[in-house]
Design a protein around this ligand. Structure first.
Ligand SMILES: Nc1ncnc2c1ncn2[C@@H]1O[C@H](COP(=O)(O)OP(=O)(O)OP(=O)(O)O)[C@@H](O)[C@H]1O
Ligand SMILES: [Mg+2]
Length: 241
């Protein structure tokens, strides 16, 4: 077991954004988190990677209790993430964004090694030709790929992807899916993704967790989740059953 979320609750004032939420992620199992807008998906990621401490509950990663640690500590312990809205260093070049992550998150000391790693990762996501372009001048799709390269630069054991496919056209989505399989199979990184592209979720996930109003309402293999009456009512409709 790579990650265990134990009875996590998060309150923002009077709003209970996450309610007594528990699950585990097994190493190497591609898992998706789905649910309606405002259900609490991003908040759950923000708790796992330390942006918010949970109000109660705990998070165990790779055998260690990481509850309440700061995001930089959690990144160093091996959790990488991308953001729903890219959060890049806009005034840095594409390459420098990845190099910075390799040094500060990935613990690479040698600048040449960090640069080599950066170029390898830009090559991996197909951005090698854009390496000297400022991040702010990239296309929206390219920013998503750069976020992915940057998250990989910390050499994570677990990769959290917040709507990586949002805004991608059909060919970019299938390209991104191929990258995810390589990340899983060739790099040995476990992927946990938030996704509204249900066709993609059903195709690539081995396990799906469904959140609604901050509560877990279902969990299982895609086929079973798609037929769950509560999930159909709250989110999916009959289309995938
Ligand atoms: N920092 C915050 N302060 C107050 N309320 C917050 C904060 N962050 C999130 N919320 C609230 O928590 C709830 C869950 O939001 P969250 O962004 O986690 O949803 P989501 O499932 O990621 O939705 P979407 O699919 O639209 O991205 C929402 O009601 C949101 O307004
Ligand atoms: Mg969100």
């Amino acid at each position: 077991m790579l990650l265990e979320v134990r009875s996590v609750t998060k309150k923002f004032g009077g709003l209970i954004a996450i309610s007594n939420f528990s699950f585990v992620l097994e190493k190497g199992i591609m898992t998706s988190l789905i649910g309606p807008n405002g259900a609490g998906k991003t908040t759950l990621f923000n708790i796992i990677n330390g942006i918010y401490p949970p109000t109660s509950g705990s998070i165990i990663f790779d055998g260690k209790d990481i509850t309440g640690l700061k995001p930089n500590k959690i990144a160093r312990s091996g959790i990488g993430r991308t953001f729903q809205t890219p959060r890049l260093f806009n005034e840095f070049t594409t390459l420098k964004n990845v190099i910075s992550a390799a040094i500060y998150g990935g613990g690479i000391r040698d600048i040449r090694e960090a640069k080599k790693r950066g170029i390898e990762l830009l090559d991996f996501v197909g951005l090698e030709k854009k390496k000297d372009v400022l991040a702010k001048n990239l296309l929206a799709t390219e920013k998503k790929y750069l976020e992915l390269a940057r998250a990989l630069a910390i050499r994570p054991k677990l990769l959290l992807l917040d709507e990586l496919f949002a805004g991608l056209g059909e060919s970019d989505t299938s390209n991104a899916i191929n990258l995810l399989f390589k990340i899983k199979n060739d790099m040995g990184i476990t992927i946990f993704m938030i996704e509204h592209n249900i066709k993609a979720v059903m195709k690539i996930s081995e396990k799906v967790i469904v959140i609604h109003h901050g509560e877990k309402i279902a969990e299982g293999v895609p086929k079973d989740v798609a037929q769950n009456p509560e999930v159909i009512k709250a989110y999916l409709g009959e289309e995938y059953a």
